[in-house]
Design a binder for this molecule. Structure first.
Ligand code: BJ2
Ligand code: ZN
Length: 634
C-alpha cells in the first residue's frame, strides 16, 4: 500500500533504523498525499451520517473509520523504522511524532474499534433524535422546540417540565452504552501507552502541568464568578420567590435560559442592572429587520473579510447544511467541518433567527477561517495549536461583534450609548455568557477525567456529576436525581465524545488575544468596547498565529499573537473590572457563595406541591368512599 519507497524503507529498517532525513521527508510527503484522499473520504462519510441518521450511513461510516485505523497502524509501523527521535529538523521530528501517536487505532483488537465507533454513533443518535412530549405543545426536539421554551419561558413549572423531559429523553437512555463506551476506549488507548483516555486527551496540550495549570486559572477567576452568581441569585429570587431556592445558596439549574445553565444571557431581561439605560433585544431587532439564515452567514463572513480573511468558498455555500431538514433525522448540534482538500469546508447547523444562533454562526465560521489559514500545511498540522486555540479562534470575533459600537455598524442598534449605566448593562450581558460559562467549561472534563481514571463508575456517575455542578457552578437540581438518571448524557459533548476543557481554555485565551489584537489595532477605548472590525493590522496579527496550525507547540503560537508564552486569566479579569466593582457593591448585603455539597432537600413549587396535595386528598377520599360504600352495601 505504501509503494516502492516504503518497501525499501521497511526492508532496510528491519536491519537498522533509518536516520537519513531526506528519506524521512519523502516518507512524510507520501503519507501526506495518501491521507488526503483517505481523510476526505472518511469526513464525507461522517458528514453523510450526521446529516442523515440512517443505519446504512452508519455502517458506511464505521467501515471507513476502520479502514483509516488500519492505515494509521501501518503508517505508524513504517514510521518507527526511522530513528526520528534523533532528527535534527524539528518540523520533521514533529510530523513523525504525529504519525506514530495513533491513539485508539493502536489496539490489536479491531472489534474494540468497531465498538467504539458504533457506540459513539448510537449515543449521538439517541441525543439527536430525542423528543419530549408536552401536554400543551406536542412532541418537540431539542432544536428548535425545547430550546425556544428554555430560552423564553419564565414559568417555573414549564421550565421544569422541559428540563426534566429532556434528561429523560436523552441521558437516561444512554447509561449502559456509555459505560461500555468508556470501557472500550480505555482498553484501546492502553495500546498507545496511556493509562486512560483522559490522559490521552490531555496529552494534546503538550504541557505536563496542564491539569494544575487549568485549576490555577479557574481559581483566579472564581471570585468574579461568585459575585456574578450572588447577583443573579438575588434577582432570580425576586422573580421566582425565595422559597424556591435551597438554603445552601444554590440556584435551581433550570432557571438560566439555557438547557445546561452554561451561559445565562438569555435571561438578561430578568437581570438588567439599569432598566432605564440602553440595552437592546437583538433577537427582536433581527426579526424586525427580517433577518434570514443566509443573511446571518453573510454578516459573519463580512466580519472576517473586514480583517483580511478569505471569503467562504463556493463549496461552502453549496455543501453546507444551514437549515434543519424536515424529511430526515440529523445531528442538529452546530459544527464546522474540514474536508482536507483545501476547498471543501462546511457548517452543519439547524439555524434559526436568534441572537444566540447568530453568535454560533460566527463561532462555526471562526473554525472555518482557521481551516482556511492553515490549508497550506501538511495535513497532520491542520489542527489548532491546541484544541483550546481552535475554540478561542471560533469565539474571538464575538468580543468585537457584540460591542454597542459594532451593533451600530450593522444596524442592530440606533445609538451608541456613552453613559456608565449602559456600560454596566453591556458588561453584565457579556458576563452572563463569558463568566457564567467558566465553571461549566471547567467541570465537564473534571467529571470525564474522573470517569476515565475509574474514580467514578456507573454506580456513581450521576452523583459525581451533581457534586461537581453544585460545587463549582453553585447550581442544584430542581428535582430529585438518582443513578437511574444520567444527566451528563443530556449535554451533546458527552454522547458526541468531544473533549470539553478546550472551551475553558478558549474562554481564557480569547481575552488574551482580544487584548493583544486591540493593542495592535491602536484601540483607545476600554477593552470591552474595542471592535477590531475593518482592522487588517489586527487581522494580520491573528493570521500569524492561525497559519502555524499545530506545526509548533502552542506556546509559540501564543507568543506570535500576544508576545507571551503562557495562558493568563488577567485580561479576562481586566475586561470585567468595572463590573466586578459594581457587583461587589450590589452584593454588600448578600451572603455570597454556597455550600460545597448539594442541598439535601429540594424546594417544591407551591403549584406542584398543591397539585400533589390535591392528588393525595383525592386518592384518600376515593379510598375512603370505596371503603364506606363497601360497608354500606354490606
Ligand atoms: C456549538 C459548538 C462545536 C464547536 C462542534 C461540536 C463538537 C465539536 C466542531 C469541531 C470544530 C473543530 C459548541 C460552542 C461553545 C461552547 C460549546 C457548547 N459546536 N464541534 N468540528 N460550543 O466547537 O463548534 O464544530 O474543528 O474542532 O459545542 O457547549 O455549546
Ligand atoms: Zn467550536
Amino acid at each position: 500500500m505504501w509503494g516502492a519507497l516504503i518497501l525499501g524503507v521497511l526492508f532496510r529498517g528491519a536491519l537498522t533504523q533509518i536516520s537519513d532525513e531526506n528519506l524521512g521527508w519523502n516518507f512524510v510527503n507520501e503519507y501526506n498525499n495518501k491521507v488526503g484522499s483517505l481523510w476526505n473520504e472518511n469526513v464525507k462519510k461522517s458528514w453523510n451520517y450526521y446529516t442523515n441518521l440512517t443505519d446504512y450511513n452508519l455502517e458506511v461510516m464505521t467501515n471507513s473509520t476502520l479502514q483509516m485505523a488500519e492505515f494509521d497502524k501501518e503508517a505508524a509501523k513504517n514510521a518507527s523504522t526511522f530513528a526520528h527521535d534523533g532528527f535534527g529538523n524539528a518540523t520533521l521530528k514533529r510530523l513523525f511524532k504525529k504519525i506514530v501517536n495513533i491513539g485508539f487505532a493502536a489496539t490489536n483488537d479491531s472489534e474494540q474499534l468497531k465498538a467504539i465507533s458504533n457506540l459513539e454513533a448510537d449515543l449521538t443518535g439517541i441525543y439527536s433524535k430525542g423528543k419530549v412530549c408536552l401536554e400543551s405543545k406536542g412532541c418537540l426536539q431539542l432544536e428548535p422546540g425545547l430550546t425556544d421554551i428554555i430560552t423564553n419561558s419564565r414559568s417555573y413549572e414549564e421550565l421544569l417540565a422541559v428540563w426534566k423531559g429532556w434528561r429523560d429523553a436523552s441521558g437516561k437512555l444512554m447509561r449502559t452504552k456509555y459505560t461500555d463506551f468508556v470501557k472500550a476506549m480505555n482498553a484501546a488507548i492502553k495500546f498507545s501507552g496511556f493509562n486512560d483516555t483522559g490522559e490521552y486527551w490531555r496529552s494534546w496540550y503538550e504541557t505536563p502541568t496542564f491539569e494544575q495549570d487549568v485549576r490555577t486559572l479557574f481559581e483566579e477567576l472564581e471570585p468574579l464568578y461568585v459575585e456574578l452568581h450572588a447577583y443573579v441569585r438575588k434577582r432570580l429570587k425576586e422573580k421566582y420567590g425565595k422559597d424556591m431556592f435551597p438554603e445552601t445558596g444554590h440556584i435551581p439549574a433550570h432557571l438560566f435560559g439555557n438547557m445546561w445553565a452554561q451561559q445565562w444571557s438569555n435571561i438578561y431581561d430578568l437581570l438588567v442592572p439599569f432598566p432605564g439605560a440602553s440595552s437592546v433585544d437583538i433577537t427582536a431587532k433581527m426579526k424586525e429587520q427580517n433577518y434570514n439564515v443566509t443573511h446571518m452567514y453573510r454578516v459573519a463572513e463580512d466580519f472576517f473579510m473586514s480583517i483580511g480573511m478569505e471569503k467562504m468558498t463556493d463549496a461552502f455555500w453549496q455543501n453546507s447544511m444551514l437549515v434543519k431538514p424536515t424529511d430526515r433525522d440529523v445531528v442538529c448540534h452546530a459544527s464546522a467541518w474540514d474536508f482536507y482538500d483545501e476547498n471543501d469546508f462546511r457548517i452543519k447547523q439547524c439555524t434559526s433567527v436568534t441572537e444566540d444562533q447568530l453568535l454560533t454562526v460566527h463561532h462555526e465560521m471562526g473554525h472555518i477561517v482557521y481551516y482556511q489559514n492553515y490549508k497550506h500545511l501538511p495535513r497532520l498540522f491542520r489542527r489548532g495549536a491546541n484544541p483550546g486555540f481552535h475554540e478561542g479562534m471560533a469565539d474571538i470575533v464575538s468580543l468585537s461583534f457584540q460591542t454597542p459600537e459594532h451593533m451600530k455598524v450593522i444596524g442592530l442598534l440606533d445609538e451608541v450609548p456613552q453613559d456608565s449605566d449602559s456600560d454596566i448593562n453591556f458588561l453584565l450581558k457579556m458576563a452572563l455568557d463569558k463568566v457564567a460559562f467558566l465553571p461549566f467549561g471547567y467541570l465537564i472534563d473534571q467529571w470525564r477525567w474522573s470517569v476515565f481514571r475509574g474514580d467514578t463508575n456507573s454506580s456513581n456517575y450521576n452523583q459525581h456529576w451533581w457534586d461537581l455542578r453544585c460545587r463549582f457552578q453553585g447550581i442544584s437540581s430542581p428535582v430529585k436525581r438518582t443513578e437511574e438518571d444520567f444527566d451528563p448524557g443530556a449535554k451533546y459533548h458527552i454522547p458526541g465524545n468531544t473533549p470539553y476543557i478546550r472551551y475553558f481554555v478558549s474562554f481564557v485565551v480569547q481575552f488574551q488575544w482580544h487584548e493583544a489584537l486591540c493593542r495592535e489595532a491602536g484601540n483607545t477605548r476600554p477593552l470591552h468596547r474595542c471592535d477590531i472590525y475593518n482592522n487588517t493590522n489586527a487581522g494580520n496579527k491573528l493570521r500569524e498565529m492561525l497559519r502555524m496550525g499545530s506545526s509548533k507547540p502552542w506556546q509559540d503560537a501564543m507568543e506570535a499573537i500576544t508576545g507571551q508564552r503562557t495562558m493568563s486569566a488577567k485580561p479576562l479579569v481586566n475586561y470585567f473590572d468595572p463590573l466586578l466593582k459594581w457587583l461587589k457593591e450590589q452584593n454588600k448585603e448578600e451572603n455570597t457563595g454556597w455550600s460545597a455539597s448539594c442541598p439535601s432537600s429540594i424546594p417544591t413549587p407551591s403549584a406542584l406541591a398543591a397539585g400533589s396535595a390535591n392528588l393525595f386528598i383525592s386518592i384518600t377520599c376515593f379510598v375512603l368512599c370505596v371503603f364506606f360504600a363497601f360497608f354500606q352495601i354490606r
